[in-house]
Design a protein around this ligand. Structure first.
Ligand code: GLN
Length: 280
């Protein structure tokens, strides 16, 4: 079978299984498999693929048809300026989370120096994107998942940032190292009883540990806020990603711990998503 026939077969299987972007997903999976870009695929529809490749493509399409996210099948996801290695030990970086990076860059100039802590670093995408943009920043990432630390360390090496970033396998409860000018976190904030309503591709494949915010959704946010108030320097900034309905509660948790709320930023779907505050 040639490239066009193979793609068409993939597209029709994904369509039948109600995958929303059948053509795009088939193209991405085939590009990954033959190690060429999308342009090559479009320009060489008659190129014949060998049996081994066809079999592998079939396998990938079957996994995608069952809902496995493309990023896990290709082991990569674009975030900010880079491509990050991902597997099912880490949450797939979301475009909305880039708001944290954007806000940090607005607050801290290129020349500024800072120690930054990322709580629940996952793939490391937030921390590494910031560190790469700010040459005088030094970063620490912690995560309760040991496997995710392997992923963030791998990404750090790929981006050549090992000299300015370190990682600890630790829960926030047990972490007591350092004082920080800036603390960022995208903690798990989905209410336990709402997990089942998430998109099937998310709930069946992404790590629950990175999503589950406990009975009220605030279990981890609360821990982050409380511990950050010990780890942060005076006048330090805390920037959190929050759920669309968590603004007021998070504001009051922060105010009770002596933070001044600078602003709340909406995501691309116009939901409150990111809260920025200063420790006073
Ligand atoms: N924004 C993510 C989602 O919609 C949740 C991320 C989180 O809990 N930190 O799946």
């Amino acid at each position: 079978m040639d490239i066009r026939q193979t793609l068409n077969k993939g597209i029709s299987i994904l369509k039948r299984n109600k995958v929303l972007t059948p053509q795009l997903d088939s193209e991405i999976l085939l590009s990954k498999l033959i190690n060429k870009d999308k342009k090559y695929i479009i320009l060489n529809p008659k190129k014949v693929l060998n049996f081994k490749k066809l079999k592998k493509f079939d396998d990938l399409i079957k996994r995608r048809a069952k809902g496995e996210p493309v990023a896990y099948l290709t082991n990569k996801k674009e975030f900010w300026n880079d491509e990050f290695f991902v597997n099912n030990d880490v949450l797939i970086p979301r475009p909305d989370t880039e708001i944290i990076v954007e806000q940090v860059l607005k607050i801290f100039s290129k020349k500024s120096k800072a120690q930054i802590l990322d709580i629940g670093t996952g793939s490391g995408c937030i921390l590494l994107s910031i560190i790469k943009e700010r040459p005088n920043f030094y970063g620490t990432g912690i995560d309760i998942s040991k496997k995710s630390i392997n992923v963030s360390k791998f990404n750090t090496k790929q981006l050549n940032l090992s000299n300015r970033v370190k990682f600890f396998h630790s829960s926030i409860d047990n972490f007591i190292i350092g004082k920080y000018d800036l603390i960022v976190s995208n903690p798990p904030y989905i209410e336990l009883s709402n997990l089942k309503y998430l998109d099937k591709d998310i709930v069946n494949f992404e790590p629950k540990l990175a999503l589950n915010g406990g009975c009220d959704g605030f279990s981890n946010i609360r821990k982050v806020i409380n511990k950050a108030s010990i780890l942060i320097k005076r006048k330090g900034k805390l920037i959190l990603e929050i759920g669309f309905n968590q603004r007021e509660k998070v504001k009051s948790l922060l105010e009770n711990k002596g933070y001044y709320i600078d602003k709340v930023i909406k995501d691309y779907a116009d939901n409150d998503r990111c809260i920025i505050c200063t420790k006073i």
